[in-house]
Design a protein around this ligand. Structure first.
Ligand code: AMP
Ligand code: MG
Length: 331
């Protein structure tokens, strides 16, 4: 079956088309536009206006690039949550209009679960991973247990990407700040002590952010601060991921979310996996960041397992939690 997925939880409006071939996900196209705030953080209404401006063209482009006709599309899916209300509503409205026009079924899907499933769907040998999902807004350690994707650990305050972006904003780095902080960190030489906050299986980053900003005001070198932030925050994430692997007795780890592009984070998690004799996986970059293909793939899995939604059931849910999803497509 062929599914077109629309992603629109936050800064990215994306459209992807996937096809299932012997239970694996084949991405036929995956196109996106990212809203860049002129200054400050994401303004939800302006991000939604951005999405409304581009979504129709992205749908056309995705269909063209996939080399299919619109009549070949069997299913339309969209990101139902979690995310920013105005953005979610815009993506959902576009998906509903498309499904009604094509007279095809529609499914709303959970964005966080989609990050995990696209790894399982596209990577050979990735079957039952613990997912370390690190994005702007979300930071969660997720694994399958007894019919659900359970959150074994998560941030108690801000997402790790958000922590990096907020620090960047304070010191005058453009959004998205993660990649620029990564470059600066490579030149860091001195480790500056920062709060390493793990409570149970959860992490927190606001204390680290405040102290990093203090170091900046005191005139510490930006390279050293970026280096220390990465070392501290990523070590905490690696620690809770390892604990989740030990607890669930899983021997695969998967990264997802925009921060998974970071080489230092990848290395830390890779080393941890090697030391446990576990497998380490990262999806290709365009499937790590927010994208329509992962939304399309989760649509396929849900549809094939028998899930159906009436158009009036396709309301969005800003607080749609990972563990609210009944995982009907896995044993
Ligand atoms: P997402 O919300 O999943 O699209 O991811 C966006 C977040 O990823 C932003 O907070 C970025 O700053 C962050 N990010 C992107 N690339 C990197 C990188 N190389 N290192 C650290 N963070 C990154
Ligand atoms: Mg995401």
């Amino acid at each position: 079956m062929i599914c077109l997925g629309v992603e629109g939880t936050a800064h990215t409006i994306g459209v992807g088309i996937v096809k299932d071939s012997s239970d694996k996900c084949r991405v036929l196209s995956n196109v996106m536009k990212i809203y860049q705030p002129e200054h400050g953080g994401i303004h939800p209404r302006e991000a939604a206006n951005h999405h409304a401006l581009y979504v129709a063209d992205l749908i056309k482009e995705a269909i063209e690039k996939a080399g299919v006709n619109s009549s070949d599309i069997d299913l339309v899916s969209f990101s139902q949550g979690p995310g920013l209300g105005p953005c979610l509503r815009t993506a959902a409205t576009a998906a509903r209009a498309l499904a009604l026009t094509l007279n095809k079924p529609i499914l709303g899907v959970n964005h966080c679960v989609a990050h995990l499933e696209v790894g399982r769907g596209t990577i050979e040998d990735c079957n039952d991973p613990v997912l370390l999902y690190t994005s702007g807004a979300n930071t969660q350690v997720i694994a399958f247990a007894e019919g659900r994707y359970r959150v074994f650990g998560e941030t108690l305050d801000i997402g790790i990407g958000n922590c990096l972006d907020k620090f960047g904003r304070t010191v005058g780095i453009d959004f998205p700040c993660g990649p620029k902080i990564e470059k600066l960190a490579m030149k860091g030489e001195k480790y500056l002590a920062l709060p390493y906050t793990i409570k149970g299986m959860d992490v927190a980053f606001s204390g680290l952010l405040t102290m990093a900003e203090q170091y900046y005001r005191k005139g510490e070198k930006i390279e050293d601060i970026c280096f220390s932030m990465q070392e501290t925050a990523f070590a905490a994430l690696t620690e809770v991921t390892e604990r989740a692997m030990a607890h669930t007795e899983k021997n695969e780890v998967l990264l997802g979310g925009g921060v998974a592009a970071n080489k230092r984070l990848r290395n830390m998690v890779r080393i941890m996996a090697e030391e446990r004799d576990a497998s380490f996986f990262v999806p290709s970059k365009d499937l790590c960041i927010d994208n329509g293909a992962m939304i399309a793939w989760l649509g396929v899995l849900m549809y094939k397992s028998g899930i159906r939604m009436k158009i009036e059931e396709t309301f969005i849910d800003q607080r749609f939690r990972t563990d609210m999803v009944d995982v009907t497509w896995r044993e």
